[in-house]
Design a binder for this molecule. Structure first.
Ligand code: 5AD
Ligand code: FES
Length: 362
């Protein structure tokens, strides 16, 4: 315990410090969590910003070995929500003062898809008088496409690196040019160059993953100087190749606990970034997202995908709230956030302070 307290007095953590913090037991982790919440209060405040999540299609051209909507999974009903219904969901977000939406889908690079996204971005801006912030999470694209979407109104991009360790990355993705670690990194650099607020993140508790790997992930986030982060526990999906390692994984509870430690340490290391309380946390613990707020997260992405389609966007199993409508989620969520001691930043974009600072500095 004294070791953890001692590490927490340091201004900068070394790699070995990060590993020790990540290995902390439940008792030892308490001061880490408390410090992280204090840093959050002091640096970004206790307002939680909403990003209404619209999962508009589960059609995917890739085959990530962990993901339930991978191309080779034939046991999933593929869907694509039409423009009018996506815009309806965006309108819902606008009316309920969510201030931002996230457009997410399986990865596609064909022209029809690119044009559709472009159209949606412009229409969402129109319907909200330019007031809805738009984050997109649409995987690896060319520089030209990233630029086109930026010019049409998207200003934040989420692209998880999944693991910053190349060897591990290659164990959880097929070994082909469509799934390249270098390309993923390159995309993150492009997004940053174009001017997006860049968010990345990893899964915690992957097969073969070590605390050393997680420490390196944290160092990567700091070195890359990310604006936003989303990290969630890995959740095994029976229809994916990684399911074969299910007996080698830490328990789901421990994966959740390790994710909380990752969030807390990152908040201490990067006080002014936005950190999301990922939905996967809620798949393991009904209060998972609220607990994440208590250890440093400040963003929640309420699912506003039309209910009819929710059950088919199962990247992992046990996905919560797939039968609820967006209205039900809104009232339930606010009560839970207030219970956790935070409040909702309705009508505010809640952009990453980190981004604001680095762009006024540049
Ligand atoms: N468990 C947890 N998270 C997953 N994702 C995909 N599959 C899983 C899984 N089985 C996450 C990835 C991806 C994000 C959209 O969902 O990190 O980037
Ligand atoms: Fe769709 Fe990974 S399986 S992007």
């Amino acid at each position: 315990m004294t070791k953890i307290i001692e590490i927490l007095t340091k201004k900068e953590f070394e790699r070995q410090d990060l590993i020790s913090l990540l290995k902390a037991s439940r008792d030892e982790a308490k001061p880490i969590f408390e410090r992280a919440y204090q840093v959050k209060k002091d640096c970004v405040g206790t307002k939680v910003y909403y990003r209404g999540l619209i999962e508009f299609s589960n059609i995917c051209s890739k085959d990530c070995l962990y993901c339930g909507i991978r191309l080779s999974n034939k046991n999933t009903n593929r869907y694509e929500i039409d423009e009018a219904n996506i815009l309806g969901a965006a309108e819902f977000a606008y009316k309920h003062r969510y201030a931002s939406v996230v457009l997410q889908s399986g990865e596609r690079t064909d022209k029809v898809f690119i044009d559709k996204v472009d159209y949606l971005l412009k229409e969402i801006k129109k319907l909200s008088d330019g007031k809805l912030g738009i984050t997109i999470s649409l995987g690896e694209q060319t520089e030209k496409v990233y630029r086109r979407w930026f010019d049409s109104g998207a200003h934040r991009y989420l692209l998880r690196i999944e693991s910053t360790n190349k060897e591990l990355y290659e164990k959880i993705h097929p070994n082909n040019s469509k799934h390249s670690y270098e390309e993923r990194l390159n995309c993150l650099h492009l997004l940053r160059k174009i001017g997006y607020q860049v968010g990345t993140g990893v899964m915690v508790g992957l097969p073969f993953q070590t605390y050393e790997n997680l420490a390196d992930d944290l160092i990567f986030f700091k070195t890359f100087d990310i604006d936003m982060c989303g990290m969630g526990p890995f959740i095994e999906h029976a229809e994916t190749p990684l399911y074969q390692y299910k007996d080698q994984l830490a328990s789901q509870k421990d994966r959740l606990f390790d994710t909380f430690k990752m969030i807390a340490i990152l908040r201490i290391m990067m006080p002014d970034i936005n950190i999301a309380a990922a939905t996967a946390l809620q798949a393991i613990d009904p209060m998972g997202r609220e607990k994440a707020l208590k250890v440093g997260a400040n963003i929640i992405m309420p699912n506003i995908t039309p209910t009819l389609h929710r059950k088919n966007y199962q990247l992992y199993q046990n996905k919560p709230c797939i039968d609820e409508g967006a209205d039900d989620c809104t009232s339930c969520l606010e009560a839970r956030i207030v219970l956790a001691g935070d409040k909702v930043g309705y009508g505010e974009w809640g952009d990453s302070f980190h981004y604001q600072k680095r762009t006024t500095k540049d």
